[in-house]
Ligand binder design. Structure first.
Ligand code: PLP
Length: 430
């Protein structure tokens, strides 16, 4: 098959007619499919629900392992059994971890919010006093991260992602020159949306680079145990950034986040934050004004549920058996439909919740709109960039987790058809 760029005008026109006829067939099906957000599927949640019901049936006392009565107030730092589960997941000692509410994003929001008015370790001014405050945003990245710092008046500075993490030459150059850069968003394992894993060099450089005294690495390790494959050689592995920063003389540079949202129930899981002793004390010194303690009943049931499922690894293996075929299907169809035409590229993630596709520059918005017209909802074009502005109008995030396999196959074929139409029209217009 000829690549589109090698076709002459007549060949392109004939191809376009065929593609538009396929597109019309999809439209005529009145589809209603959604690949927009990384939500666990009903199958995943049904599986978890079964474990929860068993746990509830078998529970005789609402008491944690240290004897805490979970029905009552207290234990600001979270139940010990939940902190131990996070310790296994995050590979951080449990005394450096707080197990808190139903969302890690909320904890990230709190960190930025507290830092606006309260001095974080290392800071000499609260951030509201830094009028030209900035935050580094590796792109493509997670829209909700960017939105938090935008909400607090930071200028969002994009830095290009590579398959080893953010472009570190650029990160070091920017941070060394400007103390008003107060931090960086990182999804170090199975990044949202590319699925990249930060390599050792990137992690070491982040830990030791020159930056503002109160520079903060928001190490959102939300996909720490969300592997698609069981074989450790096919899993992402990270260095311990907290230990590396401490060695480099910056013990308070990093806060680490994770949650059980995509292990138990989304928005009804448990969020966790980890950091140096001073960072954790600082977080608690703010949190104590906000709440008397987290929802310990939920923590108790979730800890028992994870145990009932055979522990973190077993539970995540079960999720992977549902997710892996979906990822593989999307990757196979992308290759089959787009591979030979050289009009898109994508990475094959080994975990996480997303596949990120880079289309021909200038076509992403058109493809999202055409998919929508055919009843397939994708994440908005531009959403993976600060201020929703993808300078190349090229990146699209695909979330394969929620639809059934059958729905997913149709949805991804619609996507590929739209990508091809946009590419052919692009060549015809040149
Ligand atoms: C990178 C990343 N961080 C955080 C979250 C949200 O986590 P939580 O449910 O714990 O708030 C998501 C959800 O998709 C995510 O992709």
């Amino acid at each position: 098959m000829l690549s589109y760029k090698d076709m002459d005008q007549t060949q392109l026109e004939t191809t376009l007619v065929e593609l538009k006829s396929n597109y019309k067939k999809f439209k005529d099906q009145n589809l209603n499919l959604n690949m927009a957000r990384g939500k666990p599927s009903c199958d995943q949640m049904d599986m978890t629900e079964d474990f929860l019901f068993k746990v509830i049936e078998e529970t005789e006392k609402l008491e944690s392992k240290d004897g805490t009565d979970c029905r009552n107030y207290g234990i600001l730092e979270g139940l010990p059994e939940m902190r131990e589960i996070f310790s296994e997941m995050m590979e951080i000692d449990s005394d450096k971890i707080l197990a808190l509410g139903n969302s890690s994003l909320e904890l990230m929001f709190n960190v930025i919010s507290y830092s606006m008015t309260q001095l974080r370790p290392g800071a000499t001014k609260p951030w509201y006093e830094i009028k030209d405050r900035k935050f580094l945003c590796p792109v493509p990245g997670y829209d909700r991260h960017f939105a938090v710092t935008e909400h607090f008046g930071f200028e969002l500075v994009p830095v290009q992602m590579t398959e080893n993490g953010p472009d570190m030459d650029e990160v070091e150059r920017l941070c060394a020159a400007d103390d008003s850069i107060k931090g960086i968003w990182c999804v170090p394992k199975y990044s949202n949306p590319d699925g990249y894993v930060y390599d050792e060099e990137t992690t070491r450089r982040l830990a030791k680079m020159k930056a503002a005294d109160d520079f903060l690495i928001m190490w959102d390790n939300t996909y720490c145990v969300h592997h698609l494959y069981d074989d450790p050689a096919k899993q992402g592995h990270l260095l311990d950034i907290m230990a590396l920063s401490e060695e480099a003389g910056y013990p308070d540079r990093v806060l680490v986040f994770a949650s059980t949202s995509k292990m138990t129930f989304a928005n009804a899981g448990i969020g966790a934050i980890a950091g140096s002793k001073s960072n954790i004390d600082w977080y608690l010194s703010n949190l104590k004004f906000q709440t008397i303690g987290p929802d310990k009943m939920s923590q108790l049931f979730q800890a028992q549920l994870i145990k009932k499922a055979g522990g973190v690894k077993e539970l995540m293996k079960r999720h992977a058996t549902i997710l892996r075929p979906k990822f593989e299907l999307v990757l196979d169809v992308l290759q089959e439909e787009l591979g030979e035409f050289n009009i898109a590229d994508w990475h094959k993630p080994l975990g996480g919740y997303f596949i990120s596709v880079n289309l021909q520059p200038g076509t992403a918005k058109q493809v999202v709109a055409m998919c929508k017209d055919a009843g397939v909802i994708l994440t908005g074009a531009g959403a993976t960039y600060p201020y929703n502005k993808d300078p190349h109008d090229s990146n699209i995030r695909i979330a394969p987790s929620y639809p059934t396999i059958k729905e997913l196959e149709t949805a991804i074929r619609v996507f590929c058809t739209c990508a091809k139409i946009a590419a052919v029209e692009n060549y015809l217009s040149q």
